[in-house]
Write a protein that binds this ligand. Structure first.
Ligand SMILES: NC(=O)c1ccc[n+]([C@@H]2O[C@H](COP(=O)([O-])OP(=O)(O)OC[C@H]3O[C@@H](n4cnc5c(N)ncnc54)[C@H](O)[C@@H]3O)[C@@H](O)[C@H]2O)c1
Ligand SMILES: [Zn+2]
Length: 350
């Protein structure tokens, strides 16, 4: 796997040089887009990457709706009808939904063709486009069918952030906070200080650093059998909070924001159970409140969220297990938390 990280030279220009090389001489390119990435991201790509000027397009619905087996089947059929073969390369130009689906389609077509991720959201750049987890949703549950299948290239270019709506940017900032919480205390502090001052400048350095932390963890545990679990910090809560938020009458939260709320609970339990300094919880809560309106849960809500948590695929033997922090930068996996601790943490979000 090749990862082109943002630096002083344009990542897309470096991708241009790579694709002009011998290795891709016989390749035929298809670009997978959704409506937004078609409108906002295609021009920067085709104007900088000459081999992609001749590419054909495949468009899918925006958001989670595209992570669907029926859509994957349509894409396989379109590829087949267009005469795609083993030399076909699928280029996923989009956020995490497009890259999760595109990776899945690439993994299945002809038992696996090469694919390239060009993430266009911050979540994609720091998380979803790296690591080879591909998936579609099934029966209303997220990521139920998928493969570990690594992209041939991931090209991370912050240029796409120019058109990204603030809310999507904030979703990504929460994933950055998560990544720095597990892997880089200095950068965590710098990002928190910046946000507390009321500014947000997502720099190429910060994106590159997150991408490097994620890549290193994936390299150590590509199949998610141990250490890779640390990337789930905030996610046992986050996934349940995300599902709960999509119910009628609730404040709907994107993935990153739901994880952001989950991180409040996670830090709360880290203070209680692992002795993390309480000031970290306070500061994080202030930061989260700058980026979103933190939800206030009733007792009934906590029961509903708990029900989602019980379904979480990461639970072993009926226990609910979380990643917690001993210190910033020192995650501990597989900590069993009991249901009262979970209720308590959900009631203490703000
Ligand atoms: N595979 C992994 O390791 C992994 C990791 C994290 C998240 N994910 C998955 O990623 C998905 C969430 O990712 P996401 O938030 O990037 O979702 P997304 O792909 O739905 O993108 C969010 C929104 O931004 C729009 N958009 C994308 N790029 C844009 C741009 N440059 N300008 C304007 N609009 C743009 C999209 O059309 C969409 O409306 C979830 O399905 C999640 O499960 C996967
Ligand atoms: Zn996430």
């Amino acid at each position: 796997m090749n990862t082109i990280l943002p630096s002083h030279t344009s990542s897309l220009s470096r991708l241009n040089r790579m694709l002009a090389g011998k290795q891709y001489a016989d390749s035929r390119f298809f670009i997978l887009v959704d409506e937004n990435t078609y409108n906002h991201c295609l021009v920067p790509v085709v104007s900088r990457v000459s081999r992609l000027q001749e590419a054909e397009f495949l468009e899918v619905p925006v958001g989670e709706e595209c992570k669907d087996l029926a859509i994957a089947q349509q894409l396989w059929e379109s590829l087949l009808e267009s005469g795609a073969d083993k030399n076909t390369v699928l280029v996923n130009l989009g956020g995490g939904c497009v890259s999760d689906l595109g990776g899945f389609v690439a993994a299945g077509f002809k038992r696996g063709i090469n694919y390239i991720n060009i993430p266009t959201t911050l979540i994609g750049m720091v998380d979803a486009a790296i690591g080879g987890k591909t998936a579609v949703n099934l029966g209303g549950s997220k990521n139920q069918v998928g493969f570990f299948y690594q992209p041939a290239i991931t090209c991370i270019d912050p240029i796409f952030l120019n058109s990204l709506p603030d809310e999507e940017l904030f979703n990504g900032v929460f994933e950055m906070l998560k990544t720095f919480l597990i892997g880089n205390p200095e950068q965590y502090k710098a990002l928190v200080d910046m946000l507390l001052c009321g500014t947000l400048e997502v720099t190429a350095d910060m994106i590159a650093s997150c991408a490097e932390i994620k890549s290193a963890v994936v390299k150590a545990d590509p199949k998610d059998q141990g250490i890779r679990h640390i990337l789930n910090l905030g996610h046992t809560f986050g996934h349940a909070i995300e599902s709960f938020s999509h119910q009628e009458g609730q404040q709907s939260l994107g993935h990153g924001m739901a994880v952001g709320v989950g991180l409040v609970c996670t830090l709360y339990l880290s203070v209680k159970k692992l002795g993390l300094a309480a000031e970290h919880l306070d500061r994080y809560r202030q930061v989260a409140a700058k980026l979103m309106r933190l939800p206030h849960y009733s007792l009934k809500d906590t029961e509903d969220i708990l029900a989602f948590m019980r379904q979480d695929k990461k639970n072993a033997e009926g226990d609910i297990r979380c990643v917690l922090l001993q210190e910033i930068g020192a995650p501990v996996i597989d900590i069993t938390v009991d249901e009262n601790e979970i209720r308590d943490s959900l009631l203490k979000i703000n």
